[in-house]
Design a protein around this ligand. Structure first.
Ligand code: GAR
Length: 243
C-alpha cells in the first residue's frame, strides 16, 4: 500500500463538461485522500471542463489536435506523443479519462500500461462506443449503468473494475437516463481512483487485482448506500452479496 500521507498525482483528460473531473476533485478535497488532481488536459480548447478546472484551482491546458489528421493512425500517434509530453511533465501515478472522446493509439496505451482508467456510460461489455443511453432505451433494457475499467488498446474493452447499476424507468428519455447514470459515475469514479492510489487496485496480465485478490467480476453497486472504502467484490449497495 502506498504512503497514505502523500497523495498520488493524477492527471485527468477530458473533452467536454468535466462533471466527473469535478467529482474527482471535490472527493479528494473533502477528506484526506490518496490522490490529488494535479492537471487537467483536453483535446478541445473550448471544453467547458477546462474553465471549470481553473475555477477549481487546477492547472488546465488544451492539447488540441493539429487539424485534420486525427482520423488516421499516424495523426493519432503524433497527437498522442504531444499528449504524453504534457502528461509526463506532472509524472502522474495515474491517468484518468473522464469523458475524453479520442481513441488512443496502442503506443500511448502501452506507454502507460496499467496506469490508465476510463469511465464509460454502460454496463460493459454491453454498449461500447457512443449513444449508450439511446441504445439502452431502444433495446428496452430494464437496467443500465456505468463502468470504470482499465484502458487497453481495445476501445471500451479493458478489464472492468467497478460498475454502478441504475433502473430504466418507463418515462425515461436519453437526458433523464444520462443524468441518473452520471450521478452514479460521480460516486464510483472517485472510489476506483482512490483504490488505485491507495495501492489496492492493479491490473496485471489483463486481470484486475483488488486488495490482493483477482476480481472474477467487477465490483457492482446497485444504487443503494453510497459506496464505502472497503469493497470485497460482488454486489454492493441495497442488496450486498458475495463475490
Ligand atoms: C461521461 O458520462 C462518461 O461516462 C462518458 O462521457 C461523459 C463525460 O461527462 N465517456 C464516454 O462515453 C467514454 N466512452 P463529463 O464531461 O460531464 O464528465
Amino acid at each position: 500500500m502506498s504512503n497514505q500521507h502523500t497523495p498520488q498525482p493524477v492527471v485527468v483528460l477530458i473533452s467536454g463538461r468535466g462533471s466527473n473531473m469535478r467529482a474527482l476533485v471535490e472527493h479528494c478535497r473533502a477528506q484526506p485522500a490518496a490522490y490529488e488532481v494535479v492537471r487537467v488536459l483536453s483535446d478541445k480548447p473550448a471544453a467547458a471542463g477546462l474553465a471549470l478546472a481553473r475555477d477549481l484551482g487546477i492547472a488546465a491546458a488544451a492539447v488540441p489536435a493539429s487539424g485534420g489528421a486525427a482520423g488516421n493512425p499516424s495523426g493519432r500517434e503524433e497527437y498522442d506523443r504531444r499528449l504524453a509530453a504534457a502528461i509526463d511533465e506532472c509524472a502522474p501515478a495515474l491517468i484518468v479519462l473522464a469523458g475524453f472522446m479520442r481513441i488512443l493509439s496502442p503506443e500511448f496505451v502501452n506507454r502507460y500500461e496499467g496506469r490508465i482508467l476510463n469511465i464509460h456510460p454502460s454496463l460493459l461489455p454491453k454498449y461500447p462506443g457512443l449513444h449508450t443511453h439511446r441504445a439502452v432505451l431502444a433495446a428496452g433494457d430494464p437496467v443500465h449503468g456505468a463502468t470504470v475499467h482499465f484502458v487497453t488498446a481495445e476501445l471500451d474493452g479493458g478489464p472492468p473494475i467497478v460498475q454502478a447499476m441504475v433502473p430504466v424507468r418507463p418515462a425515461d428519455d436519453e437526458a433523464t437516463l444520462a443524468a441518473r447514470v452520471q450521478a452514479e459515475e460521480h460516486r464510483i469514479y472517485p472510489l476506483a481512483v482512490g483504490w488505485y492510489c491507495e495501492g489496492r487496485l492493479r491490473c496485471r496480465d489483463g486481470r484486475v487485482w483488488l486488495d490482493g485478490e483477482v476480481l472474477a467480476e467487477p465490483v457492482r453497486y446497485d444504487g443503494g448506500d453510497p459506496p464505502g472504502g472497503a469493497p470485497r467484490g460482488g454486489q454492493r449497495g441495497a442488496a450486498p452479496g458475495s463475490r
